[in-house]
Design a protein around this ligand. Structure first.
Ligand code: ADP
Length: 471
């Protein structure tokens, strides 16, 4: 089966969050199952681009409203990632340093999608499935079905995976002229509450929708940033498939970012050495348990609660722990987290920004990972943490609920709480300290989490089964 994944991110080419991790891994595991999975994404100006060789495979051009763009499709030459990687180069529009965050992101991702469809329309065969990820690729199925120039692609089955329904790519109707000439009777497929909504449009157009955990799918019918009714209406085509983690990349036994490497049998020693590295670097006390947070500092992740929760924990639980935070996002949260450094010297430190290497070192050296997310479609951090023997403390939501069982429940190995509130977070930190002070229990929990199997093989197979059912 030939599958074309269309995405804005793909690790290690360009990653802003979990979407990148998934699109960097899923196609590799689909190929290992004997299929041909390919990825097409925008050509950003990232390190990966300059460090690898590419060949030109296609050149084309298209109009978008009043603009005319030339595009090129380039392909990574060595199949280094375990799948064919294609990049869409649109000079001046896509070739920026960051993935998102520009005033013309609507134009950038619309142009990217038109170029992808235009390119696929020129293939001398059809892929068996076009699999689009999140709203940045959400207009692709519509264009394949309703744009006159591309209607010969309309029989190709399309699948949408929603990694995060909070972001939908809304655009005003005046931008409808960006799309290549389309059947105006189909306007209702583009529209959601008087705006063009690429995510909603994809849900309406594709044959199957998947979300990255079963719990998130259920939650979306009640909380999907305005799309609740749509998910309720379309629930027959929706399935939850839990993300895996790329066990070849996230393995403490071979991870080149950490020193020393370790596995389950020498976890205590290995984790302690990694913790020492972090504590020395960030002026923390190795004798105390180390709690970490890694992620986007946004409302969705409840990052706004962190400063108060950390203060409260340090003051009310008598400074019996250390905190280290890595992330970037909301400037006011960034500012508070920076500011706290001088007030909680020796108990807390933070690194504002994106740092892949440090994230691995933190998963390896920490005792506990905090994830108080208000919304968490799947969440990868908790799975990485567990692979590295770090106990997750998570809110009872979405994929966190599907992957972490509280140690108070049968077969439990983590800590779960219900409310995204300072009180619930600090109480969970208190519970974590009780675990930390029972070395036997802690050891057992570390050994259990390191054994859990979150590998991609199972999930990759579920996607294949889903595609087969489309035929
Ligand atoms: P989301 O996609 O919502 O941001 P996920 O838990 O699915 O959350 O995935 C987050 C991914 O991004 C993980 O690989 C995590 O390690 C990584 N990550 C997030 N923020 C940072 C950061 N500041 N530095 C390094 N890695 C980060």
């Amino acid at each position: 089966m030939e599958i074309l994944h269309v995405s804005a991110e793909c690790y290690p080419v360009a990653k802003a969050g979990g979407l990148g991790d998934v699109v960097g891994a899923l196609p590799k595991y689909q190929n290992q199952l004997g299929h041909i999975a390919k990825v097409v994404m925008p050509m950003y100006r990232t390190k990966f681009l300059y460090e690898h060789e590419f060949e030109l495979v296609h050149k084309g051009s298209f109009g978008m409203g009043a603009y005319w763009f030339n595009y090129s499709i380039i392909k990574e030459k060595t199949n280094l990632l375990g799948f064919d990687l294609y990049l869409v180069d649109i000079n001046g529009l896509l070739d920026r340093e960051a993935v998102y965050g520009y005033g013309d992101d609507t134009e950038r991702f619309t142009a990217f999608q038109i170029a992808v469809v235009d390119w696929v329309a020129k293939w001398n065969h059809h892929p068996d499935v076009v699999h689009v990820h999140d709203h940045h690729a959400g207009l692709v199925p519509f264009m394949m079905q309703h744009c006159f120039a591309y209607r010969h692609l309309s029989a190709i089955p399309t699948v949408l995976t929603i990694h995060n329904a909070q972001y939908q790519g809304w655009m005003d109707w005046d931008k409808s002229t960006y799309l290549p000439a389309w059947d105006s009777w189909a306007w209702g497929k583009l529209d959601w509450q008087n705006r063009i909504n690429p995510l909603a449009c994809a849900v309406k157009c594709v044959k199957k929708v998947t979300t990255v955990s079963q719990s998130y799918l259920e939650e979306m019918r009640h909380a999907a940033n305005g799309l609740e009714n749509l998910f309720e209406f379309e629930r027959g085509k929706c399935t939850g498939i839990l993300n895996g983690i790329d066990a070849a990349v996230w393995d403490p036994a071979i991870d080149t970012y950490i020193e020393p490497n370790f596995s389950k049998k020498d976890a205590a020693k290995g984790k302690l050495a990694n913790k020492k590295f972090l504590c020395d670097l960030y002026n923390l006390d190795i004798e105390k348990p180390l709690f970490i947070f890694i992620g986007r500092l946004v409302h969705e992740k409840a990052a706004d609660l962190l400063p108060q929760a950390i203060y409260d924990a340090v003051y009310h639980i008598e400074g019996k722990m250390n905190f280290l935070v890595l992330g970037s996002g909301d400037p006011s949260v960034e500012w508070q987290l920076e500011n706290m450094k001088s007030q909680l010297v020796g108990y807390y430190n933070s690194k504002i920004g994106y740092n892949e290497k440090l994230s691995h070192q933190m998963y390896a050296g920490a005792d506990f990972l905090l994830m108080p997310s208000r919304v968490e479609p799947c969440g990868l951090n908790q799975m990485y943490a567990m692979r590295y023997g770090t106990i997750p403390i998570v809110r009872n939501t979405g994929g966190l609920r599907d992957t972490v069982i509280d140690y108070g429940d049968p077969d439990g190995y983590g800590i779960r709480f219900n409310e995204a509130s300072v009180g619930d977070i600090t109480y969970s930190i208190y519970r974590a300290l009780q675990v930390y002070n029972q070395p036997k229990l802690l050891k057992k929990m570390i050994s259990t989490v390191m054994e859990l199997d979150f590998s991609w093989e199972t999930s990759a197979g579920k996607y294949i089964k889903l595609y087969v059912g489309l035929k």
